[in-house]
Design a protein around this ligand. Sequence first.
Ligand code: FAD
Length: 383
Amino acid sequence: MNLELSEEQTAVRQLARDFSDREIAPHAVEWDRAESVDRAIVKKLGALGFLGLTIPEEYGGCGGDHLAYCLVTEELGRGDSAVRGIVSVSLGLVAKTLAHWGTEEQKRQWLPGLTSGDLVGCFGLTEPGTGSDAGSLTTRAVRDGDAYVVNGSKMFITNGTWADVVLLFARSTDAPGHKGVSAFLVPTDTPGLTRREIHGKLGLRGQATAELVLEDVRVPASAMLAPEGKGFSVAMSALAKGRMSVAAGCVGIAQAALDAAVKYATEREQFGRTIAHHQLVQELLTDIAVDVDAARLLTWRVADLIDRGQPFVTEASKAKLFASEAAVRAANNALQVFGGYGYIDEYPAGKLLRDARVMTLYEGTSQIQKLVIGRALTGVSAF
Ligand code: FAD
């Protein structure tokens, strides 16, 4: 893989870097405390094309490759993971999946709004009783004339209360296991769909995470995404690419941890000199720096594989596993560099640690990533 960025990739990264420094990072603490990002940020992201990366121009996107998508995601994650997550879901899990699997009519209906930021999407897979074992989901979609009637509930849905459309996974046939699962595009104002915001999260507090309840929600058959029974394949294809986006967001967290820790270490004095003079502080900084580089390179490799049309699923799991654990380590090491000041939210390390922690949990926990990698190594599924 060529590690030199093209002129276009360098320019898009600089655009995202400037935007993150100007429009995101200065508000991150305030949004975290308020448990709400300013929604106006979504339109600004859309105006810069950050919600249309990799989406063809004919549907309102701005094209671009997956490496450019990673670069932007990293910069957004460096500014505030809560904002990064809004993009990773609305673009990464919903718009990109729709662009791949959708009919012409579905693409024309939803993609221009999602890429401009006029609309927000959410991804409804997890349920109160099914997380890692998503293929066992129990939300039902029963055929009734030219529509399906959906009943069930969804848990921990990012963008849930903000979203205009949910990419919803429900069981529509009696086929065993995940073979009976189908995907639907459901407007969130459809009668019978109610949403409850989940408060008190450890991190990503600015993000609107919600529980969705569906009671006799009528969805036209034309809103099914991909053929009946293919819903689980749709979900897994979305998550495989989504893991690259999560990994890129983790690189952003780790980079923010490194930047903050180096700055603090060269300013704070103890024992008559800056703490950067102490070898054990340098060790903390070094460990963060190596985690940043390793996580970034694993993530870029996934982008490169996707852009060249090569198999990438196992590599995406490796990148997501390593980058998420690395982001937690990096933020924790940064907190140590800050000493007691790291423990209060006027300084960035505590928030970075709280935001990093969920990365090892969603879009497949670290254990689930290990099972994906282990299956590829041995040919044995240990799920
Ligand atoms: P469980 O599956 O119950 O796992 C509990 C523990 O058991 C974990 O440690 C897990 O690794 C372990 N475990 C389970 N099975 C195995 C196994 N076979 N072998 C070894 N260990 C195992 N979901 C969506 O659909 N859309 C979203 O937008 C979304 N956003 C989220 C945002 C946040 C902030 C959070 C916290 C979650 C979000 N999720 C979302 C849900 C997330 O993907 C799930 O929480 C995750 O998949 C884990 O499921 P669970 O919480 O039910 O844990």
